[in-house]
Ligand binder design. Sequence first.
Ligand code: 13P
Length: 255
Amino acid sequence: MARRYFIAGNWKMNKTSAEAAVLAKAVAQSVGGVSEVDIAICPTFTSLESAGREIKGTNVKLGAQNMYFEKSGAFTGEISADMLNGAGCEYVILGHSERRQYFKECDCLINKKVKAAVAASLKPILCVGETLEERESGKTIDVVSAQTKGGLDGLSAAEALNVVVAYEPVWAIGTGKTATPAMAQEVHAEIRKVLAGMFGADAAEKIQILYGGSMKPENADELLKQKDIDGGLIGGAALKADSFASLVKSAVALS
Ligand code: 13P
């Protein structure tokens, strides 16, 4: 496969700085030498420095979970792309469904963040995904297509090559319910079609599309075997070094 697998851990609002260092150290020890697969951990802002220190010099990269699109100024409580760069981040998760749901982030705001991240040479991991209600009323493809188009609007094909898309059905996040491999593959293929329409077939073939939503060692293999599933954005299973390492090893075995 031309695309590399990418296993990214979204630690969400978990771990103090000291706890994050312990987990990052364990991740670095178990998969830090893996070169066949892209790997990242995304701790909270307050843990970027401590976790970053533990993975420095290994193949595990650092990501953040959010940022604001302005460069600096009077935006109390916000964090800029330059600040994330300064903290050693290569990636930033944007538009996660929890931010859409609890913090009312819309595609328009997320698009500004994506552009600001790309302009600062950070790689956005743009999250898209339908709610249970949207799936049950047959709107999955429309919702996911609109979020992909809205989030990536205005990027050039060259810029889009630095973007990762994560399909995370909202009903599968933290619930133990996973999309079946066939269900996920169908949506991933549609996302790739949208990307081809926006950026051309060549670029679309190169962009990694991750699956997220109760992905764990027991179900990873079948998901990762799907043609358009290029890895996982992992929540709960990323909080234990051994299960995260097992997901990385599944991707290595399929590489
Ligand atoms: P879980 O793996 O805990 O379902 O979370 C998925 C997720 O939201 C990753 O961003």
